[in-house]
Design a protein around this ligand. Structure first.
Ligand SMILES: NC(=O)c1ccc[n+]([C@@H]2O[C@H](COP(=O)([O-])OP(=O)(O)OC[C@H]3O[C@@H](n4cnc5c(N)ncnc54)[C@H](O)[C@@H]3O)[C@@H](O)[C@H]2O)c1
Length: 267
C-alpha cells in the first residue's frame, strides 16, 4: 500500500498522540494510516460512524494504535468532551490535523437573460463556515491548553489551492480556506514560544469523494493543466502532513505548503 512507505520516513511519530478530524474517508483516512504506520497513537474524529470504525479497525489490524469517536467539529461541546477523553486516556495531545471539510457550491449570484435565477443561500454559506472555519477554530482552541502545558504541539490545517487563488462557484468554501491560512499565521505568531507550530496544507485536486461531483470533462481539463499530468492521491497529502507533524519540522511555522502537482503554474 502506498501510504505504508511512510514508515521509512526519518521523522517518526513514536509516542505521539494525534487527533485527525474527518478521518473516516479520503485524505483524513490516508493521514491516519500514515501517522499510525509512523508510530503515532491516532484518534480519529468524524461524523461517519461506519467508515470511522472501519478505518480504526483497519489501522489496528495493521498493527497500529487507533480509536474512533463520532465528533462534529462544528459542535464545541462534542469537541471539548472528546479532548477531555483523550487527555484522560493518554495524558497528552501532540498533533492536531484539522482536516474535516465540506463543500456546498453555488454562484454568489446566477443571472440568466438579465434576471437573477439563483444565488448562494445563507444556509450554504453558514454551514460551510461552521465546519471548515469554525470547526478548525473549535478543535485548535480545545487542544492548545494541553499543548502549551506540554510545551510542544503541531497544528496542521487543511486549506486548498482555491484558498490561495479563488474558484468559480465557491464563495463560501474559498472564504473558509483563505481563513484557515489567516488563522494559521496568527497561531504561528501566538504559539511559537510554547514549542507549538501551526502550518497549513493547500492541496490541489485530490481523488476523493469530495471531487466526485466534478464532471469528468472538467477533471480532464484540470489534469491537462497540471504539469505532473495526474490528479493527486490522498497519500500525497498524507505524506505532507506526516513531514510537518514530525519533531524535525520544528522550524517550519506559519507556512502554507502547496501540494498540487504545480497545477496553478500550468494554467
Ligand atoms: N479532495 C480535494 O481535492 C481537496 C482539495 C483541497 C482541499 N481539500 C480539503 O481536504 C480536506 C479533506 O478532504 P477530502 O477530499 O478527503 O474530503 P472527503 O469528503 O473525502 O472527507 C471529508 C471527511 O470529513 C468528514 N466531515 C464532514 N463534516 C464533518 C464534521 N462537521 N465533523 C467531523 N467530520 C466531518 C466527512 O464525514 C468525511 O469523512 C477537506 O478540508 C477539504 O476541503 C480537499
Amino acid at each position: 500500500m502506498d501510504n505504508q512507505q511512510s514508515t521509512e520516513f526519518p521523522g517518526g511519530l513514536k509516542d505521539r498522540v494525534a487527533i485527525i478530524t474527518g478521518a473516516a474517508n479520503g485524505i483524513g483516512r490516508a493521514t491516519a494510516h500514515a501517522f499510525a504506520a509512523a508510530g503515532a497513537t491516532v484518534e480519529l474524529w468524524d461524523l461517519d460512524q461506519e467508515a470511522g470504525d472501519a478505518t480504526a479497525t483497519a489501522i489496528v489490524n495493521a498493527g497500529g494504535i487507533a480509536g474512533f469517536s463520532r465528533v462534529n467539529v462544528a459542535n464545541r461541546e462534542q469537541v471539548d468532551e472528546a479532548v477531555a477523553s483523550i487527555c484522560e486516556r493518554h495524558g497528552q495531545i501532540d498533533i492536531l490535523v484539522n482536516n474535516a471539510g465540506i463543500v456546498r457550491d453555488g454562484q454568489l449570484v446566477k443571472v440568466k437573460n438579465g434576471e437573477v435565477v439563483k444565488q448562494m443561500s445563507q444556509e450554504a454559506f453558514d454551514t460551510v463556515v461552521s465546519v471548515n472555519l469554525k470547526g478548525v477554530f473549535n478543535c485548535t482552541q480545545a487542544v492548545v491548553p494541553t499543548m502549551i502545558s506540554q510545551k510542544y504541539g503541531r497544528i496542521l490545517s487543511a486549506s486548498s489551492v482555491v484558498g490561495l487563488y479563488g474558484n468559480f462557484g465557491q464563495t463560501n468554501y474559498v472564504a473558509t480556506k483563505s481563513g484557515v491560512i489567516g488563522m494559521t499565521r496568527v497561531w504561528a505568531r501566538e504559539l511559537g514560544k510554547y514549542g507549538i507550530t501551526a502550518n497549513a496544507v493547500a492541496p490541489g485536486f485530490i481523488a476523493t469523494e469530495m471531487v466526485k461531483s466534478i464532471p469528468p470533462k472538467v477533471l480532464e481539463h484540470m489534469v491537462a493543466h497540471t504539469p505532473v499530468g495526474r490528479m493527486g492521491q490522498p497519500e500525497d497529502i498524507a505524506r505532507t502532513y506526516l513531514f510537518l507533524a514530525a519533531e524535525s519540522a520544528g522550524f517550519i511555522n506559519g507556512a502554507v505548503i502547496s501540494v498540487d502537482g504545480g497545477s496553478v503554474l500550468g494554467t
